[in-house]
Design a protein around this ligand. Structure first.
Ligand SMILES: Cc1cc2nc3c(=O)[nH]c(=O)nc-3n(C[C@H](O)[C@H](O)[C@H](O)COP(=O)(O)O)c2cc1C
Length: 151
């Protein structure tokens, strides 16, 4: 069979390239399980295998996670995450193609609001976390937190 004429392959071809997803969700139970249960390390190991990179922030029971990688790998993990009962109200803030990775040093970096607070940072920076501005502000905060966490 000639792969060029396989419609699925053509779709793959059209949708390949770097993608990212940024979402917000509510942890069930409180998000501290992520670190305490060792799940963070397991998820990070899976991300490494799939060449996914990104950063997750937990603050007062709310998660913000940014994941980036090849379209197929992002689609798979995004599907699993949306159906994961350990959080609810999974709300995508931004999905789409990206020119470059923002978190190439992190398979799954983590920050807790007790250490660096998104809300305090946004207030200090004069940024709104409401409506359409949320994705941009959260993305900028995650980059800041990822840099600070590396030190
Ligand atoms: C807040 C949250 C973040 C998650 N992040 C990731 C992740 O970055 N990578 C990953 O492989 N799984 C992540 N998971 C777990 C997935 O939802 C899923 O359980 C895991 O990928 C195993 O999928 P499978 O059961 O389909 O094999 C996350 C789950 C939650 C609740």
């Amino acid at each position: 069979m000639n792969a060029t004429f396989n419609p699925q392959r053509l779709i793959f071809g059209a949708s390949s390239g770097l993608r990212s997803v940024l979402y917000r969700s509510v942890a069930t139970p409180l998000g501290t399980w992520l670190l305490e249960s060792g799940a963070l390390d397991r998820f990070a190991a899976r991300n490494r295998e799939r060449h996914l990179t990104g950063f997750i922030h937990h603050e007062d029971g709310v998660f913000y996670q940014y994941i980036e990688g090849e379209a197929e790998a992002v689609a798979q993990v995004w599907h699993a995450i949306q159906n994961d009962p350990r959080h609810e109200g999974v709300t995508p803030l931004h999905l789409g193609p990206i020119p470059n990775r923002r978190f190439s040093r992190w398979a799954m970096g983590f920050n807790d609001g007790a250490k660096r607070s998104l809300h305090d940072w946004a207030a200090r920076s004069g940024l709104s976390l409401k409506g359409r501005r949320e994705a941009q502000a959260v993305g900028a905060f995650l980059e800041y937190a990822s840099g600070a966490a590396a030190r």
